[in-house]
Ligand binder design. Structure first.
Ligand code: NDP
Ligand code: GDR
Length: 369
């Protein structure tokens, strides 16, 4: 039985990857942070009582900012594969917590690599590093491939740039099997509520159900290459099954604006939107916009709030998945309409529950960040 260690197992990708590897017969270990409330919602359905025999999922308390605990866990687990998914992953929040982001996302990767080296596991343990399309940042060329130059535009992306290069360096310096997956945006019903797609699908569901009036967003003109997280965790696994360690772009090759994602999500919730005035663009931002209106009811349901503009923005991401198709044989199963449908239908179910609870006098989450 192969053994995998997943950092960030409580996150969107960690949850899908854990389920995928358990399905492949792996023993899966995960690192979770100590939090004041339970933070394992996304993997609770995979939980196995540690008192039972033959448990194949085990969680360890840990943090990427603590090398002593990483060394101890890796020594205990002796993993065949480490998937380093843990990170402070929100681009806008990284402007507010730049030092912590550098520590967790940049140095955290070094701590993992160094732990494997110190423990003499370089010949055994393969390492996947969760790199990102945010590395491309300010557009140099499109579509972005493994050879496109990087130009990071946020403390998050700069921290991930360090992580990318330290992974390449340990591979070259010590012959480690360490790879970067340069993944473009991938979403799902498990996506964190403050990323733009999930923020939109949650709000569209709430507005359709009559428990929210309006959605405030930032830059509607940003374009992203959106795929489904379920497809992307399979690519992570494939990257570590190759004969030689290499870096791969994982993307759909199709880009869509935030504005169009809004239209699609609301349509899936049964609301046709019309944007009146595409807004005045300045430095890549829509500085003013008369918003999106519910057709035919006429009320404005989406407005631009400059609070959500970033000090430096990434305007356009579109990935070139040629190498991953040719070498890994990887093909996404979900296209964007299928992704929107999956997210929207899941949020309609969740928000119906909220509506019912609210109608019965219980408090529900009405924090829309
Ligand atoms: P999430 O934000 O959903 O999950 C991040 C995970 O990291 C959570 O389990 C979180 O724990 C954990 N974590 C955060 N800080 C620390 C820390 N200091 N020590 C230990 N664990 C920590 O991210 P995703 O699942 O979406 O992304 C997974 C990885 O892939 C991240 O590294 C992200 O930067 C990267 N990535 C994501 C893309 C995407 O579109 N989703 C695209 C490209 C790269 P907790 O649950 O306690 O908060
Ligand atoms: P991103 O994802 O920054 O690409 O990082 P996010 O969904 O946060 O933003 C995508 C684009 O939408 C614009 N936007 C808004 N974003 C948010 N969060 N909230 C808003 O209200 C809003 N309005 C417009 C943003 O400006 C941006 O252009 C994600 C994360 O998962 C990273 O960890 C990962 O590395 C990259 O994807 C690839």
């Amino acid at each position: 039985m192969k053994t995998a260690l997943i950092t960030g197992i409580t996150g969107q990708d960690g949850a899908y990857l854990a389920e995928f590897l358990l399905g492949k017969g792996y023993m899966v270990h995960g690192i979770k942070r100590r939090t004041s409330l339970f933070n394992t919602d996304r993997i609770d359905h995979l939980y196995q009582d540690p008192h039972e025999q033959q448990v194949r999922l085990k969680l360890h308390y840990g943090d990427l900012t603590d090398s002593t605990n990483l060394i101890r866990i890796i020594q205990e687990v002796q993993p065949d594969e480490i998937y380093n998914l843990a990170a402070m992953s929100h681009v806008q929040v990284s402007f507010e917590t730049p030092e912590y982001t550098a520590n967790a996302d940049g140095l955290g990767t070094l701590r993992i690599l160094e732990a494997v080296r110190i423990l003499g596991l370089t010949g055994k343990t393969r390492i996947y590093q969760a790199s990102t399309s945010e590395l491309y940042g300010l557009v140099q060329a499109v579509p972005q491939s493994e050879s496109t130059p990087f130009y990071p535009r946020s403390p998050y992306a700069v921290a991930k740039l360090y992580a990318y290069w330290i992974t390449v360096n340990y591979r070259e310096a010590y012959g480690m099997y360490a790879c970067n997956g340069i993944l473009f945006n991938h979403e799902s019903p498990l996506r964190g509520e403050t990323f733009v797609t999930r923020k939109i699908t949650r709000a569209a569901a709430r507005i359709a159900l009559g428990i929210q009036d309006k959605l405030y967003l930032g830059n509607l003109d940003a374009q992203r290459d959106w795929g489904h997280a379920k497809d992307y965790v399979e690519a992570m696994y494939l990257i570590l099954q190759q004969e030689k360690p290499e870096d791969f772009v994982i993307a759909t090759g199709i880009t869509t604006s935030v504005r169009d994602f809004v239209r699609m999500a609301f349509a899936e919730a049964g609301i046709q939107l019309e944007f009146r005035g595409e807004g005045v663009a300045e430095k890549g931002y829509v500085k003013s916009c008369s918003g999106a209106y519910h057709v035919p009811e006429g009320q404005e349901v989406v407005s631009v709030d400059p609070r959500y503009f970033r000090p430096t923005e990434v305007d356009l991401l579109i990935g070139d998945p040629t190498k991953s198709k040719e070498v890994l044989g990887w093909e996404p199963k979900y296209d964007l309409p299928a992704l929107v449908q999956d997210m929207m239908q899941a949020d309609l179910v969740l928000m119906k529950k909220d509506k019912y609870l609210a109608a019965s006098g219980y408090n529900t989450l009405n924090y829309y960040e």
